[in-house]
Ligand binder design. Structure first.
Ligand code: PLP
Length: 407
């Protein structure tokens, strides 16, 4: 099925606004995506008609909010094809999900000298929690590098797993290079060596169908604000056996069964891992966003974005003064680039902004990767389902202006 992109664009009110007197060309989806009207309406409806705290009250509104909120667990489970909704822990996003695994699963079972294998492409959210373990209990981080095309050879990751490796933590899609990693092959190889795998799905889940049972991974983290949903929403899939091994990371209301002066017993998982009042409305909004994406069809989204990627790739290749980082065949519609000459990425993005084009400039929370690439900063144009080839043309025109200004 071909997607009707004009219709999709009309679903996102912000896309019709102007920025600096120019039509907005929003190419910063890798940082956070815009929200369709259905999500905005769901948030308004939840706050204006259906709001109360969840899981606690016995009154009508509390029951209604609980029903809506808990319904999202099933939506997420279906979106990721988890075996059961009990394998879904709802949270504020990937950062919380990975920290939960670091504190709740890895910390109690890792000692000085134990290893965790990461790729050089990881976002700081999938690096810094492991640095806590390195700093605090002597865990060793082993890095696996990408090749010149920005590809990550799954076998290199598997080969890096030694007798002391306790976890492989790997991105499914790089937020800088757009490279899609073969996490299924990595999981199969890691499991053959008895090592669990955490997948950072922050980017991948936005752009392609994800099936955690097919991948076979132990943990899969997603973040709602990139999935056209509200900020402060997210989830982590945790395979049942791993959940049984995990201890709670945060304590508070909701995650307990019984508390006395001298004792505490836990609620059943996944509630055991959801302390305190959650992002009730954010999660309700995320459920609507996932339904919206499912309605478009994740395969359709993947196919459309592939054509957009090809168009952008070919147009950027026509500018021999633009250096794009990463040329993997599996690359998604994310382009990090620098321009020949002395122009800093921040200056380029400022000029693009004057033309209404929103990109991100900097290290993209991926400093080890930037060092590996020999870059301090790049500009990044990251596409979503509502972007068009005409917007690629606007980007190219604005880059030509940068070239004129800075060369
Ligand atoms: N992992 C990747 C690959 C990302 O791109 C991001 C966000 O930029 C994150 C993790 C962190 O997500 P959040 O800040 O929503 O927790």
């Amino acid at each position: 099925m071909n997607l009707d992109i004009a219709k999709i664009r009309a679903d996102f009110p912000i896309l019709s606004r102007q920025v600096n007197g120019k039509p907005l060309v929003y190419l910063d989806n890798g940082a956070s995506a815009q929200k369709p009207q259905v999500v905005i309406d769901a948030i308004t409806q939840a706050y204006s008609q259906e709001y109360a705290n969840v899981h606690r009250g016995l009154h009508y509104l509390s029951n209604l909010a609980t029903e809506k909120y808990e319904g999202v667990r099933g939506t997420i489970a279906r979106f990721l094809n988890a075996g059961s909704e009990e394998e879904i822990i709802m949270n504020s996003g990937t950062t919380e999900g990975i920290n939960m695994v670091a504190y709740g699963w890895a910390m109690p079972r890792m000692e000085a000298g134990d290893e965790i294998v990461l790729s050089i492409m990881e976002h700081h959210a999938n690096i810094v929690p492991w640095h806590f373990l390195r700093e605090r209990q002597g865990v060793v981080i082993k890095w696996v590098e990408t090749d010149a095309r920005g590809d990550l050879d799954p076998q290199k990751v598997i080969d890096a797993i030694g007798p002391k490796t306790k976890l492989v933590a790997i991105t499914h899609m790089s937020n800088v290079l757009g490279t899609v990693v073969d996490v299924k092959a990595i999981t199969a190889g890691a499991h053959a060596k008895g090592v669990p795998v955490l997948v950072d799905g922050s980017q991948a889940a936005v752009h392609m169908p994800v099936d955690v049972q097919d991948i076979g991974c132990d943990f899969y983290a997603i973040t709602g604000h990139k999935l056209y949903g509200p900020s402060g929403s997210g989830a982590i899939y945790v395979r049942r056996e791993r959940m049984d091994e995990m201890r709670p990371f945060m304590g508070g209301g909701d995650m307990i069964r019984d508390v006395s002066r001298d004792n505490v017993t836990w609620n059943d998982p996944p509630m055991k891992f959801e302390a305190g009042t959650p992002g009730i409305v954010q999660m309700i909004g995320l459920g609507v966003a996932l339904d919206y994406m499912t309605g478009l069809g994740m395969q359709n989204i993947a196919e459309y974005e592939r054509s957009l990627r090809n168009y952008a790739r070919d147009r950027l290749a026509g500018l021999n003064w633009v250096q794009v980082q990463g040329h993997s065949d599996s690359k998604g519609a994310i382009f990090s680039f620098t321009l020949d000459g002395a122009a800093h990425a921040h200056d380029i993005s400022t000029v693009l902004d004057k033309k209404g084009v929103a990109v991100r400039a900097g290290a993209h929370c991926c400093m080890p990767l930037m060092e590996h690439l020999g870059q301090n900063a790049t500009c990044r144009a990251s596409f979503g389902v509502y972007n068009t080839s005409e917007e690629v043309d606007v980007l190219i025109d604005a880059l030509e202006l940068c070239h004129d200004l800075f060369s």
